[in-house]
Ligand binder design. Structure first.
Ligand code: GLA
Length: 365
């Protein structure tokens, strides 16, 4: 019943906002209502950004209209921020954090330990030999202390370990250099170091294909072990690089319930909905970068967006944030992945920053 009243109240609010926006939102017109405003009773809505975007006034204003949380698309990853052992490149990450502070936005830190976009120096000594476990963990600790320490109190959450679980059925952890040198300890240590560096930060394990029943079972196994042994993991990030036809509602709901059963908070950390069906995996069969955006496909994408946001709203007690991976169809990392040079249209705004059908499906509820 309570939910029914809330839904009615929400509808009335949207109606009132469209009639008398100045009273409801204290702003001049309905046009100023952004995504974040529709979701203000649910969860923050974030977006992955570059420092450059924030200095472009059109994109900057657009970001401020729709989003109240930021993630650095690349600027906080180990490679860009810590290119040499004794050299940090803070400029871009600092600019993003300063912008967020200035405009009262949240910042999710992404990411402290990943097999990809990690500089080579991390794993090798001056002679080119692989370092020992002891040296690698010390380097990881120094890295985490420096980065988390710098943004303490300004970055409220960190993706501590990204993509450590294997896609292979018979293998729990990805056979990365981290794993080859440290075994599974690199995961536990990364969380311990991050917790020491900022005891208030919410610490995430972040991964893709989390709705795949096979992979999510392996992720569950890892996280359960960490919870049972007191490793400070507080939340899981579902990257959510999805497709117009995947995941299904059933898979999404069962995934949320499964991870919530571990007492973890859940965030959707890198959302996009590809117009192709080959999602995150390289599809070797697709050779030509032909782009298709038919009216039918756009409609399917809009329906998929409607479904997933309905599921998020219905599970708002577990979901503490939803972040989009890129701003609009003008640019998406999926323009080049998994098929180089093939344009994709995975977001809520088109190449002119105009709201798509999918956008209206997400805000009209
Ligand atoms: C993964 C990473 C992100 C980003 C995307 C592709 O999901 O977590 O940081 O690199 O791949 O852009």
């Amino acid at each position: 019943m309570n939910l029914v009243y809330k839904a009615i109240a929400h509808k009335l609010l949207i109606l009132a906002a469209s009639l008398f926006p100045i009273y409801v939102y204290g702003q001049a017109s309905k046009n100023q209502m952004g995504l974040k405003d529709y979701y203000r009773d649910y969860f923050p809505i974030g977006v992955a950004v570059t420092a450059k975007q924030l200095s472009d006034s059109a994109q900057k204003n657009f970001i401020l209209k729709h989003f109240n949380s930021l993630t650095a698309e690349n600027a906080m990853k180990m490679g860009p921020i810590h290119p040499k052992e004794n050299l940090f490149f803070w400029k871009d990450a600092d600019a993003i954090v300063a912008f967020a502070q200035q405009h009262n936005l949240k910042v999710r830190g992404h990411t402290l330990c990943w097999y990809n976009q990690t500089p080579r120096w991390m794993f090798y000594d001056n002679l080119g030999n692989q370092v020992s476990k002891e040296v690698l963990l010390q380097r990881l600790k120094d890295h985490i202390y420096a980065v988390v320490g710098r943004y303490r109190d300004r970055v409220y959450a960190w993706d501590v370990v990204n993509e450590a679980v294997s896609d292979e059925h018979d293998q729990l952890l990805r056979n990365s250099l981290w794993y080859q040198i440290c075994g599974e300890d690199f995961i536990y240590k990364a969380f311990q170091y991050a917790h020491e560096a900022d005891p208030k930060a919410i610490l995430f394990y972040n991964d893709y294909n989390t709705e795949n029943p096979d992979k999510r079972q392996r992720i569950y196994k890892l996280l359960k072990k960490m919870r049972d042994t007191g490793i400070p993991v507080h939340a899981i990030g579902l990257q959510a690089h999805w497709s117009f036809n995947d995941p299904s509602q059933e898979r999404l709901e069962s995934t949320i319930k499964l991870f919530a059963s571990l007492g973890l908070k859940i965030q959707v950390t890198e959302l996009d909905v590809s117009i192709y069906s080959n999602g995150h995996q390289q599809d070797k069969a697709v050779i030509t970068p032909v782009s298709i955006l038919t009216a039918e496909r756009e409609q399917q994408q809009a329906e998929q967006y409607a479904m997933i946001f309905k599921v998020f709203r219905n599970h708002k007690k577990y979901i503490s944030g939803v972040t989009f991976w890129n701003l609009s169809d003008r640019y998406s990392w999926l323009d080049n992945f998994p098929v180089r040079g093939r344009k994709n249209y995975p977001l809520l705004f088109d190449t002119q920053l105009e709201p798509k059908k999918a956008y209206w499906n997400v805000v009209n509820f």
